[in-house]
Write a protein of this length. Structure first.
Length: 233
């Protein structure tokens, strides 16, 4: 039974969704169901009509978090992906000290929140990859996109930027998995095979959407070690 002070935050990805209520009513209904009964106070409700990965691109979220800090309220969201599908973002929010609850799975601990964030980021990456592949195929057929043809030099520049983004994403993924693996170790997963088995049991998948193996866990740990060496080099 819910008790205490709460600030609710809802996000829809486009102005059209915000105007139509598409998605918003469902989120609000989930929060109302969670709060059904109990001794609670809704301090404020914030609705964000925007799309973006960075918290600074979400003024309503910033306001909601500031109010939570000021009043000691808990931030309520319907689903974790309404905050972000980005591990770094979710990790930063967890470390900020503001308590938040995704009412879809209200009993999630920090480990489970990290896990859901990793899965959400993977899903977002898959969507982006499919979109890029479709655009590349269209260009290969000679289709003019956006009203003008992209030059070979410009396409090479775009490809280079995409590769750099993938490299950064891979580095962030390694960084986000490190605390998860450390948590598994503290739970008794000692060998690489044990860690891989635990990751698979809890729904984690590799960047390619496959199950973990001991070799892949070793690669993640090796990448983490290289990153640490680079910092202290």
């Amino acid at each position: 039974m819910a008790t205490g002070k709460y600030v609710s935050y809802f996000r829809v990805s486009t102005q059209k969704q915000g105007n139509s209520g598409l998605g918003l009513e469902a989120q609000q209904a989930m929060v109302r169901t969670y709060l059904n009964g109990g001794d609670w106070q809704m301090v404020a409700e914030f609705i964000e009509i925007e799309s973006g990965k960075r918290r600074e691109n979400r003024p309503k979220l910033n306001e909601a978090l500031a109010l939570c800090r000021k009043t000691g309220a808990t931030l309520l969201i319907a689903k974790l992906d309404r905050l972000a599908r980005n591990v770094h973002f979710i990790s930063g929010l967890i470390e900020s000290g503001v308590k938040f609850i995704a009412v879809e799975s209200p009993n999630d601990d920090t480990f489970m929140l990290h896990m859901r964030a990793v899965i959400g980021e993977k899903e977002a990456k898959d969507i982006g990859d499919r979109t890029k592949a479709a655009l590349k195929a269209a260009r290969a057929r000679g289709t003019v996109l956006g009203g003008r043809r992209v030059s070979a030099d410009r396409w090479a520049e775009i490809t280079s930027q995409s590769n750099q983004q993938r490299s950064r994403a891979a580095a962030e993924r390694v960084s986000s998995l490190a605390p998860v693996i450390n948590a598994l170790r503290s739970e008794g997963a000692v060998t690489l095979r044990d860690i891989a088995a635990k990751l698979n049991e809890r729904g984690f998948r590799t960047a390619r959407g496959k199950q973990w193996t001991a070799v892949q866990v070793m690669r993640v740990l090796a990448s983490e070690a290289k990153a640490v060496d680079a910092v202290f080099a």
